[in-house]
Design a protein. Sequence first.
Length: 452
Amino acid sequence: MKYSVILIVILGSFSLKAQNLFLKGGWRFTSVSNDVEKNEGLFIRNGKIFSLDEDNGNWSYDTLTLGEEDYILPGMIDLHAHYRVQFDGKVYDDTLAQPLIFLANGVTATFPAGEIEPYKMLEFRKNVDAGKSIGPRILSSGPYFGRSAPDWDNDMSTQDIYNRVDKWVALGAKGFKAKGINAAHLRALIERAHQHGLTVTAHLDSGFRGSVNPEDAIEMGIDRVEHFLGGELFFNNTSAYNSLVKIDPDDPQLENIIQKYVKHKVYFNATLTTYGAIGRNESEVFEFWTDEKRFLSPYARQLIGDPPLSGFGSLCALIYKVKIKVIKRFYDAGGLISMGTDRPYLDQNFLGFQLGGFCSHREMQILSESGIPNAEVLKIATLNSAKAIKMSDQLGSIEIGKWADLFIIKGNPLKDIRNTRSVHTVIKSGHVYQSSKLLKKAEGQLGPKGPE
């Protein structure tokens, strides 16, 4: 076993291809156990974790020496990670700044959960995979299924849905997201996606105006649900938002829908952060520990104002308080939780400014403050999310044979979950990135450059 000179992370560039990498010292949280362990040696070959102990082969390694306050964590997986931004009524998927921001924060894999420009995202994914662009793994979701897709036709047949699924599977989709879909189309989507071995998630409603209640989607076989648990406490004569705000988290009837999730092993993405951000919650969670507005282009910075809290924002503020209590009850009952932030979904008017990547740390802090143990919170952001999208054989934990997707922080996250904010190094398939340089590269890149 041979070691090169100690690796100085990213010398003058933004990534270093380290086919063989030796991480020496510090601590690690594997997402397999519930505690941290001393890192005696983590060996990476060809982008995968080769050994967690000794390597007796005749191999050469670049060495990254860590300090006593360094903690290695599996890369986070955001299963509701929009790249969508909106300015002056124009909506598009950002591939300049947001990928860098996600990766710099330790989010090494993202499921965009419905893409506004799916072909653009497809090309970007190919560039990332080929090493031509920098970003997290793009677990492509393709276009929305439902009225949120610009090209959606509500009169599509079951075969039309099948064809749409087949097309995007052939293009490399890793799962699908429905929003604004009717029951017949959702049933067809789930059926066809499962034939391909892929998962389906959805932003559903209460049954109001032909929408689908999550309870009915569970019976159809859906894999994950976003935002709302649904169930009998949601009334089909009003929207899910209006139902949720009236729910008592201690209501005994809530147990019925929770147990349905548990029985069918359906994952739940609570997306707590986005409701707190839209509702302008004054908790410390939503304070900025860095200037996130520095990533805006000069023109976009002019557009971002400080409008008064909208009616929808006020509603989200109330929903946020309900959701925090509901998620703890869901967890205590054995419910499966995955990580979804629903960020950035940037809009200069009312959807809150907090950006994706940074909000992964906020989501974990909220889960921790709800009463979920920090070890379980870290698993939610990593291994649980890998399982939820059926990729746990490749992602989500520090185990031999898995992709070497990691991030390194200062401070024990089991003692204080806020320590995950201190990301300084990110590794994706053996490529090493310095977080500060990724963020520097993203500055001024988010949003339009001018009115055109």
